[in-house]
Design a protein around this ligand. Structure first.
Ligand SMILES: C[S@@+](CC[C@H](N)C(=O)[O-])C[C@H]1O[C@@H](n2cnc3c(N)ncnc32)[C@H](O)[C@@H]1O
Length: 262
């Protein structure tokens, strides 16, 4: 079966709620800081693409009422809660229709990097913005992601193996886990102006949302890791190392990039 372009994770997986919780704790602070800087408020019309667990969509909906509206889309929208001002739609951003010149603000986080057609999708999102509207894309780059501290040599190697296997599994589906560094350039190519990229790094230690996310991913993607040559015993050891003492890793880079339609 050709799996190129098929999203690696799955909102129907039992671990998906844990994944979305960890993504929200890890990434909402930067997403919210940047979205707030757009001035989003009552009356705005917003689109949240690939809303996942819905934390950003709910945050936006709380800001745009009264008078505004948020449309939250996903190919599997079952985790998005129902709140005032929020409309939820099962929608594939690659193929399903989008209204033209309709939104003051469009946000997507960790969605376009998973889509081989990401450049075409940016063009579709630009066309869906009203003139003067803002597109914010929040993405990551895993190319610099060093393990800083582990209990012993075996642990360093196991975590590094987890990291490289994760990268390979993503690439095999047509995802680009380094795309964060390309976002500003892609927005420029799509004709946006006032492009404003921000990059953040941090250190993750046990109990941090970043390591909670990696542990959750190791559970959700267990079959893929095992199919790629890691054993259940090794995956268990990776989880132990990431939750035990004496472990630290530099986070992947997180990029939040805004651009404005002329
Ligand atoms: C890594 S999750 C990120 C979820 C959320 N944006 C966040 O950052 O918390 C990617 C989300 O994009 C959705 N997705 C994947 N392909 C999509 C597509 N073609 N159109 C719309 N949503 C898609 C997935 O179902 C999933 O909910």
């Amino acid at each position: 079966m050709d799996t190129q372009g098929r999203y690696l994770f799955d909102n129907d997986n039992p671990e998906s709620a844990g994944q979305h919780r960890a993504l929200s704790t890890l990434l909402d602070p930067l997403s919210f800081e940047r979205l707030a800087a757009t001035g989003v408020g009552p009356g705005w019309r917003c689109l949240e693409v690939g809303a996942g667990g819905g934390s950003v969509a709910v945050w936006l909906a709380e800001r745009v009422v009264p008078g505004g509206r948020v449309l939250a889309t996903d190919i599997k929208p079952g985790h998005i809660p129902a709140v005032d001002g929020l409309e939820v739609l099962r929608h594939d951003v690659v193929t399903d229709p989008l209204p033209e010149s309709a939104f003051d603000l469009i946000h997507a986080r960790l969605v376009l990097s998973h889509l081989p057609a990401r450049d075409k999708v940016i063009q579709r999102l630009v066309a869906a913005l009203r003139p003067g509207g803002v597109l914010q894309l929040d993405e990551i780059d895993i190319s610099y992601w060093p393990v800083l501290l582990a209990p012993d040599e075996t642990a360093y190697k196991l975590v590094e193996s987890y990291q490289s296997t994760m990268g390979s599994m993503l690439r095999a589906r047509g995802s680009d886990p380094t795309w964060g560094r390309e976002v500003a350039r892609a927005m420029s190519a799509a004709g946006l102006s006032a492009i404003d990229p921000v990059c953040r790094y941090e250190t993750w230690t046990p109990g941090s949302p970043g390591l909670d996310l990696l542990v959750s991913n190791s559970i959700q993607l267990r079959d893929g890791f095992v199919g790629s040559g890691m054993t259940d015993e090794q995956l268990g050891q990776v989880r132990e190392v990431m939750t035990g003492p004496d472990f630290a890793v530099t986070s992947f880079a997180t990029y939040s990039v805004q651009g404005r339609r002329a």
